[in-house]
Design a protein around this ligand. Structure first.
Ligand code: AVJ
Length: 350
């Protein structure tokens, strides 16, 4: 089997718009194994990547339109305001986006970057190929000079392609980095640093610490869309794994953990249930009142984050935030870690 780098080269050569990453992690079997691993653990958890099937990606898009969910519109406003400056710092580069979804916010960047170039290459990476296909249609409608080559797969499966895309800016928006716990975060930065050539850029969107009431409202929208997003995980298990979970018995629970400085999102079962995983011929018992961790969303402080990134060879070139300082966009450059200066960071510009 050819590896992702070869597949990608072939796809670009043939003008294809979508490349499946090999070992497609999101096969039913991969889902079944991941669920079994999480439900065998104590306390139980489920991997958040599987929240984003076609229905989950659609529901997440609906979350971003809820009045309480401020991150998306705050980040979009920062992007709209500063895309030109970002382009000035990086010059003409290929744009690679991790977890691109429907690529809505990215259009601000595509605007700024395509204004200066005859053709702009855009390489979005997402586990949902339905979202990638929708993004490809909408970008084809709005831009005639964007060369779109999507990678359907996990971030990890796509990173080996970066070496052939330099000079580039990798884009990771929406504070999706906040889904990673400390260990996953370290592994992620190590891996990106290992694959991203020196001098290339990384644009990172992060949600900042704020009043917990604002955070908790954002993950408990009044219209109940986030609760439906949580339930969809189990609906997906019913659809793909042959489970027969009673979705009406699942409560959505989201709260701020002051100790771990993160939002924690759980499903809580009102009554005891048995979860069958047909492909593995396994079943798991959930007790009444038991909760299962589906997602974490860490929130950040810029000085700590800047220090953390420096350890992996990323220097903050510019940082942008909104009036309320709720969200930040960091433009990082991959530099030789041995030359990291210990100069204090300039304050974020608004
Ligand atoms: C897409 C991971 C950034 O953590 O805010 C939103 C996901 N989950 N509401 C976030 C999410 C519930 C979102 N990320």
């Amino acid at each position: 089997m050819s590896d992702i780098s070869e597949r990608f080269r072939d796809a670009v050569g043939s003008g294809a718009t979508l490349v499946p990453a090999p070992g497609a992690e999101d096969s039913v079997l991969a889902f079944a194994r991941s669920v079994a691993a999480g439900l065998s653990d104590a306390p139980k958890w489920l991997h958040c990547r599987f929240l984003y099937d076609a229905e989950g990606s659609r529901l997440f898009e609906a979350i971003t339109e809820q009045p309480e969910y401020y991150p998306t519109r705050t980040e979009a406003a920062i992007l709209a305001r500063h895309a030109g400056k970002i382009r000035e710092v990086t010059g003409p580069v290929t744009l690679v986006e991790l977890g691109s979804g429907y690529s809505v916010k990215t259009e601000h960047l595509l605007n700024a970057y395509s204004r200066h170039a005859d053709t702009l290459r855009y390489v979005p990476v997402d586990v949902s190929d339905s979202a990638l296909r929708a993004a490809s249609r909408s970008i084809a409608e709005n831009f005639d000079d964007v060369q779109f080559t999507g990678i359907a797969g996990t971030y990890g499966s796509a990173l080996p392609v970066l070496r052939q895309l330099s000079p580039q800016m990798v884009i990771f928006l929406g504070s999706t980095i906040g889904n990673f716990n400390e260990g996953e975060s370290t592994a992620f930065w190590r891996s990106v640093a290992g694959h991203l050539p020196l001098g290339d850029f990384f644009l990172l969107g992060v949600d900042l610490e704020k009043d917990p009431a604002i955070l908790e409202a954002a993950y408990n929208d009044a219209a109940g869309v986030t609760a439906r997003f949580t339930r969809n995980y189990f609906a997906r298990m019913n659809r793909e794994l042959g489970s027969e979970i009673d979705l009406d018995e699942i409560e959505h629970l989201a709260f701020w953990s002051p100790a771990r400085r993160r939002m924690e999102i759980y499903a809580r079962f009102r009554s005891a249930q048995t979860i069958e995983i047909a492909p593995l011929d396994q079943s798991f018992e959930i007790a009444a009142g038991e909760r299962i961790l589906l997602e974490i969303s860490r929130k950040y402080r810029l000085p700590q984050l800047t220090r953390e990134l420096a350890k992996f060879g990323f220097e903050v070139k510019r940082s942008f935030t909104d009036e309320k300082r709720w969200f930040a966009l960091l433009l990082l450059e991959r530099i030789d870690a041995s030359v990291i200066r210990s100069a204090p960071q300039p304050p974020a510009s608004r």
